[in-house]
Write a protein that binds this ligand. Sequence first.
Ligand code: GAL
Length: 967
Amino acid sequence: MGTIDRRTLLGGTAGTLAVVGLPLPLPLHAAPRGAGLRGLPHGLAPRGGVPARLPVVDPSCALLNRGWLFHEGDIVPPAPLTHDATYLNAKAGNARGAAAMDHDDSDWASVTLPHDWASAQPFVESANVSQGYRPRGIGWYRRTLRLDPADRGKRLELHFGAIATASTIWVNGSVVARNFSGYNAITIDLTPFARFGDELNVIAVRVDATQMEGWWYEGAGLYRDVWLAKRSAVSIATDGVHCDPRRGDGGWQVPVAVTLESIARGEATASVTAELIDPAGKVIATATGQARVTPLGQASVALTLPVAQPALWSIETPTLYAVRVTSEAAGGRDERRVPVGFRTIRFDADQGFFLNDKPVKLKGVCLHQDHAGVGVAVPDALLEWRLQRMKDTGVNAIRCSHNAQADAFYHLCDRMGFVVMDENRVFNPAPENMAQLEWLVRAHRNHPSVILWSVFNEEPMQGTEAGVEMVRRMAARVHALDGSRPVTAAMNGSFYDPQNVSSVVDVMGFNYYQGDYDKFHALNPAKPSTSSEDTSAYMTRGAYATDKAANVMTSMDTEAAPWGATHRQAWAEIAKRRFVAGGFVWTGFDYHGEPTPFTWPSVASFFGILDLCGFAKTAYDIHRAHWIDDEAVVGIAPHWTWPGREGQPVELLVTSNADRVRVVLNGRMVGEQAVDRIMGNAFTVPYAPGRIEAVALRGGREVARAVHETAGPAVALRLTPARATMLGDGEDVVAVTIDAVDAQGRHVPTENRATRFTVEGATLIGVGNGNPNSHESEKAPARALFNGLAQMLVQAEVGRGTVTIVTQAEGLRAARLTIPRIAAEPRAQVAATPGGAFIAGWRRSPAFAASPDPALAPSADDNNSWAFTRSGTPTPPEPARSFRLYRAAIPVRRRVMAEGGVLAFAAIAGLAKIYADGRLVATKTEAAPGPVNVAIPAGAKTVAVLVEAAANQPSGITGVVRVLTKG
Ligand code: GAL
């Protein structure tokens, strides 16, 4: 990979970052593409700025990412045996085991979302190869949630961004969702299950990650954001605003379709206002409408916002407007702010893709969602950095292979200027999967970045009548929800079968089969086409010779899967055909799992243009030469540190978008050639230590230069952050590159030493080095360099301060890095509710005129004589003095069981005697409602409360009941 002489690039304002051992001036403002510290592979110099703050589309939402408890492994409660237990097992709110409200979670681990438990697993040879040899298994999450009494009457919704993979969700002991995909959002109407005030809510989630939907690493757990929405009783539905701008004859308009829903008790009239807000924040169009919404019903309002000449959204200038929709009705107001972009898209059968009537070749990559160190739990700031690395590569299009990505992904693509092929996961028009497809379209159809819906990837039924019928139904559903974007399917063959799905998609998608482009086009001259997937070349970052016995692939772009092609060959086929709209390289980044063509000990893929950490392989320079037009680029491979190979010929690959390239060794020109922009230029140079340079020329003038210098032995470590500042918002993440340098401060590309580090002011959330064969932990504060590089991911703490990282290695000078953490408002988070045990429900006896035997209990088969009541619910008055017994099991808490504890009644109304396992343990002598704390002995299992109520007085257990440890 090439590096660029820092003298030519370190322009602009330079500040100083503390790098012990090597204090170097670094640019504190946006680093130009290709900028580098001495010998540091380019693109890794710190950038300025701060991460994008993503739009708050629904201001009624707050994140529910903190305060979760996690248990790895399944918890299977014993099956009910008695009549009573069987009867109760079938009732709402009575989930058993870890889903039960009172389950003992006191020894579960505290976790903050996003969380992927698979990424912390060791690599195990007997585990699934495609999932990266990581055991996934089953896990449980629980969260206690306090809802304010003021939230009564609001529509309360839980949103899980996605859960890997099959999940069951309970709220307060009732199943509220079963979901069978690891990629779609899950929306739950919490309202009917909600408890308020001190009566806490318990959310329990069982995640079955033994289920697989893919043949890549899918992670495990609550790996995306979770949100809690609190909306007015008449509110805008989730994904209930469709506002995708359209160009008409006399200008543009934004059709705004709003779906309202109501939990109000009576019919309501809602006034709906839609406003178009320009990038400066000015309202430039307004429309209003009204709708009657029936209780628990839905209604829609259709409005139009005209705008004559909006600034267009494009890849180069991704201008965003916003549509603000408000609904007002008795009982409150609701609001959405949806970013929109004005652009037209068109696929032409002969001329490819057009954006705003201009031809745009799709220079695309396929992306899975994981990164080194964190698996699929990728924080937004890291996702943004990954996309920035794609921009640096010259990418303008991304295929979501083979599933929906996180919400933030689409917002970032809108904002950064990528076009997106969004893809459905499971090919099946049955209701459950159709609902997933509908969700995909509803959730993403307002994003200007999305240009194409893909209903499948490589399905064996693609050449059958059934396949055609399935695609027909799915495409029809997509078109019904979105009239503006075409549907494709990523086919790998069967193009000429009498029944094949190419006949029922709008755009033909070729996975590989590049030799069929022309034949298919000739037979289907009216059908637009694109490569939906190509390349599948293999490279190990920083390796320049293939060693199949060691599972290493050269980065000289000579290795590819039999069904694929090298990076250069694949693009050559696409670039020369106008009718092929573009390509999607498999893949932009390496990913965990699918280590094709190898198996164990390889645990990650070799396909990426960048490795698992986002470090550049030679493919990065190759594609920059292919794809970047607005800047002269040049790259040179391999590096120039080959001790022992003096005098031997080295094959160089020089890649550039200039006219000519000249290779210079130690100041002497060794060759010059006219640039082959696609295949690159080969030079053979006898190795001599020193400095090898590739000089790119246009009109005889130097326009870019790539340099490698021979490094001596490593003497020190170096730390380089991807960004010069961090936000103190508790979420920001910066990738920090660790490398070793020689006595002259040159990057040592061959160093593989183990490093270890400490981090203050931030949390280390993961580590990696891009070696697909490494079995080191991705969570430990230690990582070996791999071909010169390793990466740590640090997540900022909250508030202003400093992040300090120190890294050490045997025999090398340590490096210390400080990154200023600037004050930033954290995103709204629902406060963590202290959990703990509480008695939620009781059996209540009928009223007696005289005090009953406190041992009285309903028989095991009697679910009728005694009522079921909840803590906090007063028992209605009787006309005369009366007695009642309340019985409950004491929730098991290991410590309380062992040492005894306290039952803390927030309020009992009436006189009371309290018994633990039949023994009197407390007496309440005041009739007025009041708190009672009762010591219970070790091993106590049941509690009975005998309440004496005065005539015409409410009585009973009128507050929450907590189970506490002693002291
Ligand atoms: C394709 C498939 C991808 C990946 C790739 C590897 O056939 O769509 O998901 O498996 O092969 O070459």
